[in-house]
Design a protein around this ligand. Structure first.
Ligand code: PLP
Length: 368
């Protein structure tokens, strides 16, 4: 008998997450130098890591033989201080993806339901499946979360609702009014998870912290992978109601976040210069792509994050053809968007190279 027969069905049935294609792998396959590859596929920070974080991490290497502070006291205190919360509101994760998993560990089972938007970040579905729960997908007309419809979808069995704000891969967000209206309808047996991985890129960010103060069961997910440029370190955090935070703390591994990442994150959180520089480069890049797509008559979804979704026809082909020229973007078939690709905002040079290769592959030129 095949070993699959003895494994958990939920696991065997999973379609594994397909990450952005690594630079090294692409360079090897094309016989190019890694430096010649432009990767705009995983919404990473094109300016690199926060320089302050880099310094702190190098210093932290001296103690690499000591287990990390499993309680993450210094980093959790720094985060609590930054947001005016108590340390009991803060949970650290091995990337905010681990927080998603901790939420599922804590609240899902074979009877439970997780609600998310149709084009939400794919990890929610993956995790719901892994825990044998029911994944409820709510249509998002115009690629924007329909929070009224998501509230309508809540049942007695609903345990988690995920709202990615802004959402990946659509780059759209929902505003304060819709969020307030939604939260007023959420019953006590539901935990609302606001995935705010791109929060720091927003000019006018809605306030979700106030729901913690109001005593709602909420969990706000943030990450150092995007604006702080620490994706390799795997460090994210949750700002949660104390009750929810206490449960998540029990669900995690004792040393889930390494000490190098903790040191880097403490420094990154106060590196306002790096955050501002990143925001500026991103703003310019978003403007560059919107104008370029308009000039070419390409349909795209106006984005408030650090990536943009654009309609190109056969997304898999465009991905493959651009890859041959050393530019890695992301095809969107796994999001049921086979006609679209997602491009992360890079430096000015990366954006120009990416557009040039996209033009060559699509045969597009600016018409104005
Ligand atoms: C990138 C991203 C994350 C961050 O994941 P990490 O595990 O912190 O690197 C979380 N949620 C969404 C929607 C993302 O796009």
């Amino acid at each position: 008998m095949n070993i699959d027969h003895y494994a958990n069905r939920f696991v065997c049935d999973l379609v594994a997450y397909e990450p952005g294609k690594p630079i090294d792998e692409t360079a090897r396959e094309l016989g190019l130098e890694p430096a010649d590859i432009v990767k705009v596929a995983s919404n990473e920070n094109p300016l690199g890591p926060s320089p302050r974080a880099k310094e702190a991490m190098i210093a932290a290497l001296e103690d690499a033989h000591i287990y990390p502070d499993g309680g993450g006291y210094r980093l959790r205190s720094a985060i609590a201080g930054k947001f005016g919360l108590s340390i009991d509101n803060v949970v650290l994760g091995n990337g905010s993806n681990e927080i998603i998993e901790l939420l599922c560990h804590s609240f899902l089972n074979a009877r439970a339901e997780l609600i998310a938007a149709e084009h939400a970040f794919v990890v929610y579905k993956l995790m719901a499946t892994l825990f044998g729960a029911k994944y409820v997908e709510v249509p998002d007309p115009g690629f924007v979360h329909d929070l009224d419809a998501m509230a309508d979808a809540i049942t007695e069995d609903t345990r988690l609702v995920f709202i990615a704000n802004p959402n990946n891969p659509t780059g759209t967000m929902v505003g304060q009014e819709e969020l307030d209206r939604f939260m007023a309808r959420v019953p006590d047996h539901v935990v609302v998870a606001f995935d705010e991985a791109y929060h720091e890129f927003l000019d006018k960010a809605p306030d979700t912290l106030k729901y913690i103060a109001q005593g709602k069961n909420v969990c706000i997910l943030r990450t150092c992978s995007k604006i702080h440029g620490l994706a390799a370190l795997r460090i994210g955090y949750a700002l949660a109601s104390k009750g929810v935070a206490a449960i998540l703390q029990k669900a995690r591994q004792p040393f889930n976040v390494n000490s190098i990442a903790q040191a880097g994150a403490i420094a990154a959180l106060t590196d306002d210069t790096h955050v501002e520089n990143t925001r500026r480069v991103n703003r310019e890049g978003l403007a560059f792509y919107s104008q370029a797509f308009k000039e070419r008559g390409l349909e795209y979804v106006p984005s408030v994050a650090n990536f943009v979704l654009v309609k190109v026809g056969d997304g898999d082909r465009v991905f493959r053809d651009m890859l041959k020229q050393g530019v890695i973007i992301r095809a969107m078939r796994s999001y049921k968007l086979p006609d679209w690709v997602r491009i992360s905002i890079g430096t000015k040079e990366q954006n120009e190279r990416c557009l040039e290769v996209l033009d060559a592959v699509l045969g597009t030129v600016a018409v104005s």
